[in-house]
Structure formats: C-alpha cells, structure tokens
Write a protein that binds this ligand. Structure first.
Ligand code: FAD
Length: 112
C-alpha cells in the first residue's frame, strides 16, 4: 500500500534526523548519568517505535551493536553505522560516516 509506505518512510526520515542530530550535540565527555540516559533512550525507542517490523529489526540490531555512549564521536559513529545496517537491509546506498557531526547541525547555538 503506497500510503503506508510513504508514511513509514517519512517517519523513518524524521526519526533518523532526530537521532543523528541528538548525537551531534551529545556531550564530548558525558557523565555516567548522561550515558545511562542515552542508552535507555535508544532501547526505549526500539520498544516504542510505531512501525512494528522496524522496531523488531532495530531491537535485533541493538543486541548485535549495543549503543556506544562514551563520547560524542562514539555515539554519532555508532548511529551512523546502525543506520547503514538498516540501509543495507533495505537495499539503500551506504552513507559516508566521516565528519558525520557536521552533517547534522541543530540550529541551537546560543545567541547573545
Ligand atoms: P533515510 O534512510 O530515512 O535517511 C534520511 C537521510 O539521512 C538520507 O537522505 C541521508 O541524507 C541521511 N543518511 C542516510 N544514511 C545515513 C547514515 N548511515 N548516517 C547518517 N545519515 C544518513 N523501513 C523499512 O521499510 N523497514 C524497516 O525495517 C525499517 N526499520 C527502521 C528502523 C529504524 C530505527 C528507523 C529509524 C527507520 C526504519 N525504517 C525502516 C525506515 C527507513 O530506514 C528509512 O527511513 C525510509 O525508508 C526512508 O528512507 P530514505 O531513503 O528517505 O532515507
């Protein structure tokens, strides 16, 4: 069904955008509490993600590739690699993960 496929793709694009942008702003030196928060966020997302087929596959991916929370670079490279695993499964192109943080500006720099 085309309508469903379009909605699923739109949900996916929005979710990836949020995830990669979050990673690009994640602390370079996170506290233990921040590390726990990110790990829990990802695992809860994999349980609550509204596309059931996607959620199921994402949970399996998380078992193989647990979220990396030790630094901004580790987290953003992890998210890029996991997104590439999904790309691979869906027959999409593999994304270049170098300089990933610069590709996801958040527009949230403080203004004086
Ligand atoms: P998307 O994959 O949505 O990517 C959006 C943009 O992000 C791309 O245009 C590119 O600029 C950039 N990008 C691409 N790869 C990367 C990367 N590795 N790192 C950083 N940026 C990148 N769909 C299904 O049909 N079946 C599934 O099982 C499924 N599982 C999913 C699981 C999760 C957790 C999520 C978030 C989405 C899932 N989706 C699934 C949706 C799917 O991944 C796509 O979002 C959707 O098909 C739209 O694809 P797209 O080609 O527009 O690009």
């Amino acid at each position: 069904h085309l309508g469903n496929a379009t909605a699923k793709a739109e949900l996916g694009r929005s979710t990836w955008k949020l995830l990669h942008t979050m990673m690009s702003r994640y602390p370079e030196q996170p506290t233990a509490d921040e590390r726990t928060a990110l790990d829990q966020f990802i695992h809860l997302l994999s349980r609550l993600y509204p596309c059931g087929e996607c959620a199921e596959h994402f949970q399996k991916l998380l078992k193989l590739y647990p979220p990396q929370t030790s630094s901004r670079i580790a987290a953003s490279q992890w998210a890029c690699a996991v997104h590439n695993k999904v790309n691979e499964r869906l027959g999409k192109l593999i994304f270049d993960c170098s300089d990933i943080e610069a590709k996801y500006p958040c527009g949230c720099e403080s203004v004086e």
